[in-house]
Design a protein around this ligand. Structure first.
Ligand SMILES: C[S@@+](CC[C@H](N)C(=O)[O-])C[C@H]1O[C@@H](n2cnc3c(N)ncnc32)[C@H](O)[C@@H]1O
Length: 219
């Protein structure tokens, strides 16, 4: 199978897995907010004007929405999984939600604050520049984006690559695919090149709770 067909299938599968499997007990299993994530969301909120609207892209079940609303900001949630969005809407009936993929966002000059938490591992290398470009376009000048990049051991990455190639899958280094799912773990230098290419500037970077955390700004 050629790589672009395979990636399309992986993406469909990710949507299916969140709709049919992970949404069942996502909040019970993953509803807790880790300290580093909390710290970065707090920082994002403190850098955004009171009363503004935060875009939570790939929002899942809206885990951070109480924090955002208690912090005096409104929120809009987008995700490609309608079941995850349904759970978010049930917990926060007043919050607007939309089924929009990270790759399909067309917001322009709309937000002082955007967050994309624990989701970029679903984005293949081919789409990183597109997604970061979508964030950059959606931000207002002077606005901030907080996003995370999941961390994996180099030995695990190499083993995942070896096993996937053995199975004949058209993977590149950094991709995990042999369990039927899909995750991509880019090197930090590569992430930082994509950030720079999208015209955004890194203002803070930190590792914690299994992720690299980036706070970036649009001039
Ligand atoms: C691990 S959950 C994180 C959800 C939420 N941000 C949180 O921190 O709890 C990953 C979310 O990303 C969504 N997702 C995965 N790939 C996506 C894509 N290409 N576009 C939009 N959403 C995506 C999934 O449907 C899922 O809701």
């Amino acid at each position: 199978m050629d790589r672009s067909t395979w990636l399309k299938e992986r993406r469909k599968m990710a949507e299916y897995r969140y709709d049919a499997i992970f949404s069942r007990d996502y909040d019970e299993k993953y509803g807790r907010i880790d300290p580093t994530h909390r710290q970065f969301v707090k920082k994002l909120l403190s850098l955004s004007p009171a009363g503004c609207t935060v875009l939570d892209a790939a929002c899942g079940t809206g885990k951070y929405w109480s924090m955002i609303r208690d912090g005096g900001r409104s929120v809009v949630g987008t995700d490609q999984s309608s079941e995850m969005l349904k759970l978010a809407a049930k917990k926060h009936p007043g919050v607007p939600t939309a089924k929009i993929g990270l790759q399909e966002m067309t917001y322009t000059d709309e937000f002082f604050a955007i967050m994309c938490v624990d989701a970029m591992e679903n984005v293949p290398p081919e789409d990183w520049a597109l997604v970061l470009g979508n964030f950059a376009r959606a931000l207002k000048s002077g606005g901030y984006l907080y996003f995370t990049v999941e961390v994996a051991e180099e030995s695990e990455i190499q083993e995942a690559y070896r096993r996937a190639r053995e199975m004949g899958l058209p993977v590149v280094r950094g991709e995990y695919a042999h369990h039927g799912g899909y995750h991509y773990y880019p090197r930090p230098q590569q992430v930082e090149r994509w950030v720079a290419q999208s015209g955004l500037e890194i203002v803070e970077k930190s590792v914690g709770d299994g992720y690299l955390h980036y706070l970036v700004r649009k001039d």
